[in-house]
Design a protein around this ligand. Structure first.
Ligand code: IMP
Ligand code: MG
Length: 175
């Protein structure tokens, strides 16, 4: 479906995902890569990025919800669905749709690090510029965007618009 003003086209996303996939393929040669996506938003990035990686990867998923007010992440995260497998000694790559304050991811990284993976890196399609209240080391970044609220390609507004094939900014009447 179409909604809002297009900010990043489906073609530009596909090209970026292809180059991120090539970089990850080169970096993880001969290693045992486990991709971990954070539901629900990252499911589309995960599906496309995984198919752009030419390695026998495994997947797992986590679901989290943040406590506190709806509009601002508090940084205290409740794990609704944990990983199905142990990650000790595994090369883990967290796949995210968007990093805003970074609080959610910061919490996740801390809770995964204590499980002693061999490595733990982050791939994010979108990073909001100058918003991170905690610095996150994102190894693979797709696009850096401004502070506007975006939808599409997995990202929602009130649960909707995840199926928009591009990244868009909603018009007033759509919110
Ligand atoms: P953070 O903890 O502030 O980094 O929040 C990250 C999460 O908030 C993302 O995984 C998204 O689910 C959501 N989020 C942040 N910014 C946007 C946006 O512009 N559109 C849709 N969801 C967003
Ligand atoms: Mg998310």
């Amino acid at each position: 479906m179409r909604a809002g003003r297009e900010l990043i086209s489906a073609d530009d996303i596909a090209a970026k995902i292809a180059s991120m996939g090539a970089e990850i393929t080169a970096d993880y040669q001969g290693r045992d890569l486990l991709m971990v996506a954070v539901l629900k938003g990252a499911f589309i990035v995960m599906a496309d990025l995984a198919r752009a990686i030419d390695l026998p990867v495994e997947f797992d998923f986590m679901a989290v919800s943040s406590y506190g007010a709806a509009t601002q992440t508090s940084g205290v995260v409740r794990i609704l669905k944990d990983l199905d497998q142990e990650i000790a000694e595994r090369d883990v790559l967290i796949v995210e749709d968007i990093i805003d304050s970074g609080l959610t991811l910061n919490y996740l990284i801390k809770s995964l690090r204590v499980r002693r993976p061999a490595s733990l890196e982050v791939a994010a399609l979108l990073v909001k510029q100058d918003i991170q209240s905690v610095p996150i080391d994102v190894k693979y970044t797709g696009f850096t965007i401004g502070p506007e609220f975006v939808i599409g390609y997995g990202l929602d507004y009130a649960g909707k618009y995840r199926n928009v094939p591009y990244i868009g900014v909603l018009d007033e009447h759509e919110r």
